[in-house]
Write a protein that binds this ligand. Structure first.
Ligand SMILES: *Cc1c(COP(=O)(O)O)cnc(C)c1O
Length: 486
């Protein structure tokens, strides 16, 4: 089979064909004066394909067309906030004054870059209602760990070493119990009640003298606002614990409520989600942490501060938990988030929350007759459906997700959160137009109809993709990551 888009470059390799031509050497030949140990000197040439420039360009262009991103289509991956990444962010990140500087440069020569970081810290502190912010953590999970290490340092400084447990709701993102464990705590589960919120009676049961913190996502992972947050804060604080806010998805509440005002002591944000940093390829993220005055002395060092008219890094922080990242955080992602905040302004960020909530509710109400909606109240930026009605017809949530691929949609998050059977977690985000939302709704209704009338077409999907359904266990356990020439 000949695929015009995707030449098989190994198969088409012709000895002697090249994609480059180098000029003749115009300087005296010299050796580097480095003796390589014999074991490092290869005996045979690598088995690389020999192809022309055009062939290799078609190869990589073909590969890129097999990829799916938010620039190619709708991507309602719940909890991941796959919103549009404005291109002005990219322009700003490529300005010479930002992209050509080096972290070892004297801070006097990069005052503009430091001013940007300082302003971003200040903006994020304002958005979250926290006292101080560190831009060091490189991802959400990294922010969680950093925050918990600060809470640990706080308790230890008070001689409160019996606080070994972190309470995490059963609906929480998987990184929460993982971060608690990596930070040296034991993670304890608190149940969700029939309304999809933290069960206060269960919280009272698990809280105690050994409670170091409660980690909470609000709106929670079901997309519901924890209405009794003030009561929960009181319960935890009275027991001597701290409140940790997982702010990976701040979309629904920005400009309306602030974690600091809800009683949280430590917050992390995902700038690669809420604040439009591109993500999804495992690429660089940014998970800044915000803290109250009480916790501020434990922040990672160095802390960026302003002295008179100069921005400087303060290393003289005896209580700091130390550095958590080489240099000063993922500068390029922080810069994109800063650009976003400046282009939106305070009013714009408020609008983001409004549209994120409106889009999610519009979609949820349009699907609730065909798919089971376990928690019927209004949602915030995302919602969770259950595919259990379809499962009775022999069509599982996994099949629905695969069938969506035939219609060029990225599927929603599935089988998460764990407390909803056959879960489909949908986050449309605020950046999508009504036509896009309507197209997806129509497709979901169409698939539900297929489940009734022609279940095989869903069960055997996808039909139109290059790769059909994989054996996922084998793909994960025995991945073939290297091309082997036959
Ligand atoms: C994405 C997410 C995280 C983890 O963030 P990473 O940057 O992937 O480490 C944590 N909590 C919630 C609620 C999330 O959505």
């Amino acid at each position: 089979m000949v695929n015009q888009d995707f030449p098989l470059i190994f198969e088409n390799s012709q000895s002697g064909r090249t994609s480059f031509s180098l000029p003749a050497l115009d300087v005296p030949e010299t050796d580097l004066g480095v003796e390589l140990a014999d074991q490092y000197i290869r005996k045979d040439a690598p088995e690389l394909p020999e192809v022309s420039e055009l062939q290799i360009i078609r190869h990589y262009t073909g590969l890129s067309k097999r990829n799916y991103g938010v620039d190619s289509g709708f991507y309602p991956l719940g909890s991941c906030t796959m919103k549009y990444n404005p291109k002005i962010n990219e322009d700003v990140a490529r300005l010479d004054g930002f992209s050509h500087i080096h972290p070892y440069q004297d801070t006097k020569t990069v005052q503009g870059a430091l001013e940007m970081m300082y302003d971003l810290q200040t903006s994020l502190a304002e958005i979250t209602g926290m006292h101080e912010v560190s831009l060091q953590p490189a991802a959400g999970a990294h922010g969680e760990w950093t925050g918990l290490m600060m809470i640990r340092a706080y308790h230890e400084a008070n001689g409160d070493t019996k606080r070994t447990k972190v309470i995490v709701p059963d609906s929480a993102h998987g990184t929460n119990p993982a971060s608690a464990t990596v930070a040296g705590f034991e993670s304890v589960t608190v149940k969700t009640n029939e309304r999809g919120l933290v069960d206060l009676d269960d919280l009272k049961r698990v809280v105690g003298e050994d409670t170091a913190a409660l980690m909470l996502t609000n709106p929670n992972t079901l997309g519901l606002f924890e209405e009794e947050i003030l009561e929960m804060a009181k319960i935890i604080h009275q027991a001597g614990g701290k409140l940790y806010y997982d702010g990976a998805n701040l979309n629904a509440i920005m400009g309306y409520v602030r974690p600091g005002d809800m009683g949280f002591d430590v917050v992390h944000l995902n700038l690669h989600k809420t604040f439009t940093g591109p993500h999804g390829g495992g690429g660089p993220g940014s998970g800044p942490v915000g803290v109250t005055t009480e916790i501020a002395k434990y922040l990672p060092k160095p802390v960026l501060t302003k002295r008179e008219d100069q921005y400087v890094f303060d290393y003289d922080r005896p209580d700091s938990i130390g550095r958590v990242k080489p240099y000063y955080g993922n500068f390029g992602i922080n810069l994109r988030a800063y650009t976003y905040i400046r282009t939106m302004g305070a009013e714009g960020l408020k609008k983001v929350s409004e549209y994120a909530v409106l889009n999610a509710n519009y979609m949820m109400r349009s699907l609730q007759d065909e798919y089971v909606l376990p928690y019927p109240q209004h949602c915030k930026h995302e919602f969770v459906l259950s595919g259990k009605k379809q499962k009775k017809l022999g069509v599982r949530t996994l099949d629905i997700a695969k069938r969506l691929l035939d219609f060029d949609y990225h599927p929603p998050t599935i089988y998460f959160p764990l407390n909803v059977e056959e879960a489909l977690m949908i986050e449309p985000t605020e950046t999508e137009a009504k036509e896009t939302l309507d197209g997806f709704i129509e497709t979901m209704l169409h698939i539900s109809n297929e489940a009734k009338e022609n279940p095989e077409i869903v069960q055997e999907s996808p039909h139109t993709t290059i790769v059909k359904r994989m054996d996922e266990a084998t793909a994960a356990r025995k991945p073939v990551l290297k091309y082997k020439r036959n």
